[in-house]
Design a protein. Structure first.
Length: 446
């Protein structure tokens, strides 16, 4: 196996889990870069012609583009695209009405090898690289179906367990989560603590070898359907700072005192179950502690860059979808005896939109590459999240405008994309917080 930071792939060797899904494991980014450099920048026999970037592709969603990907990633993308088109799209309208997806689609995704993609085989995951995870994020946005919380489950929750969990915790949760039989969530946000994680009030106190957990959480993605939730709680109120007294706990659905509140009714993400969670004297065994006591804040800080990268990549992918949706519409819609696309003002607007998206995509692909090499710092991840989510909302607004009155109708995909985009600058740390994190590196003397 070839190791590239988070890119733990089988270089030239097939991954058994991916083989069962009919796919060959992508080689790592490092291995491909080395091979590329060795060939003196000439196309090799495995890659054929150099891959086009999105700016020169026929569609921003074309398979076979972008230099960071390989032909093996293209095969995986084809499989993921087929899954979302066949297993998600036909049911999404019903899921929007229900406020949640089905459990069956989670297990179908597990069988297809789309969950826990970037978790090592040794731990029970698929053993794919980060770029394969990005393929799943992007393909979900390309069908405009935000219901399944696969990305949070696979690339936010599972890494905490894989990186900080004990052997028994990994064995208990990771294989079941990769199979879609155990749905994961993470509970950070509280009614009085959002972006400021040091304002957490949920607490856990020791009682012998056990912990007694009390508090509440809100806006929890996968909260209604989750089988296990990682809870952020204060465990040392006497610590020199709140950051030194926070721990993480694995709380199972059947724990006495763990109560799920109502599914929250949102203006967007209609099919994604978002819930309030309440913990009333929940007795947790000692092995429910994830990682070390009072180290939770540091774990959160270490993992947040990936969460922000995920949000940013999905935002750019949504932009790419919205652009193609809008382009198709204006080329068909007629006004003044010709299609709207013949109007110069519309053409210029499309030119502006495509340029902005391609610039954003170039930066995001750079961030993906940096993260593969474990070189994506918090500030750069914050830039990506802030810029991409702002762009997503701008493209959504322009897309609705170019659709005219029909863009305001729920039956049109651009309308759903418009309302779904609005939360992106809020969760994962508000964009105001992102700017604060970026600014600190600018004015700091260190």
């Amino acid at each position: 196996p070839v190791s590239c930071g988070r890119c733990i792939m089988a270089g030239g060797v097939t991954c058994s889990r991916l083989l069962r899904a009919g796919l060959r494991a992508p080689v790592s980014l490092c291995a491909r870069q080395a091979r590329y450099q060795h060939s003196h920048s000439q196309p090799d026999e495995n890659h054929g012609a150099l891959r086009p970037e999105t700016s020169s592709a026929k569609s921003l969603m074309d398979i076979g583009t972008r230099r960071i990907f390989s032909p093996e990633h293209d095969l995986f993308r084809q499989s993921a695209r087929r899954f979302f088109q066949e297993a998600v799209v036909p049911h999404h309208t019903q899921w929007e009405k229900a406020g949640q997806v089905s459990r069956e689609v989670w297990e179908q995704a597990g069988k297809q090898g789309l969950l826990g993609v970037n978790i090592s085989e040794e731990h029970g995951g698929i053993g794919g690289d980060l770029l394969s995870s990005a393929v799943v994020w992007e393909e979900q946005m390309y069908v405009n179906c935000t219901g399944p919380g696969f990305s949070l489950h696979s690339d936010i929750v599972m890494p905490y367990i894989s990186h900080y969990g004990s052997k028994s915790q990994i064995e208990r949760y990771i294989p079941q989560m990769a199979a879609g039989k155990c749905i994961g969530a993470i509970a950070m946000t509280e009614p009085g603590a959002g972006s400021d994680l040091q304002g957490v009030r949920t607490n856990a106190k020791k009682d012998g070898n056990d912990w007694i957990l009390n508090g509440s959480k809100v806006f929890i993605t996968n909260g209604w359907m989750c089988d296990v939730v990682i809870v952020v709680a204060v465990t040392n109120r006497e610590a020199k700072s709140p950051a030194h007294g926070i721990s993480l706990f694995l709380v199972d659905n059947e724990m006495k005192g763990f109560v799920k509140g109502r599914k929250l009714e949102k203006i967007g993400l209609k099919a994604q179950d978002t819930a309030e969670l309440f913990f009333e004297d929940v007795r947790l065994p000692a092995d429910a502690l994830l990682g070390e006591e009072n180290r939770g804040f540091y774990y959160l800080m270490a993992e947040l860059p990936q969460e922000r990268l995920l949000i940013a990549d999905m935002a750019i992918a949504s932009c790419e979808f919205m652009f193609e949706e809008t382009r198709d519409y204006v080329r068909q819609r007629k006004a003044f005896n010709k299609t709207v696309a013949h109007l110069q003002t519309v053409q210029h607007k499309l030119a502006e939109m495509k340029t902005q998206i391609c610039v954003g995509r170039a930066f995001l692909d750079s961030c993906l590459q940096l993260h593969c090499e474990q070189r994506l710092d918090s500030s750069t991840a914050s830039m990506a999240k802030y810029w991409a989510s702002e762009l997503q909302n701008s493209i959504a607004t322009q897309g609705v405008q170019l659709h005219g009155g029909w863009g305001y109708m729920w039956e049109y995909p651009i309308a759903k994309a418009f309302v779904d985009s609005r939360v992106q600058p809020i969760y994962g740390g508000t964009n105001e917080i992102m700017k604060e994190l970026i600014a600190r590196t600018i004015v700091s003397d260190k």
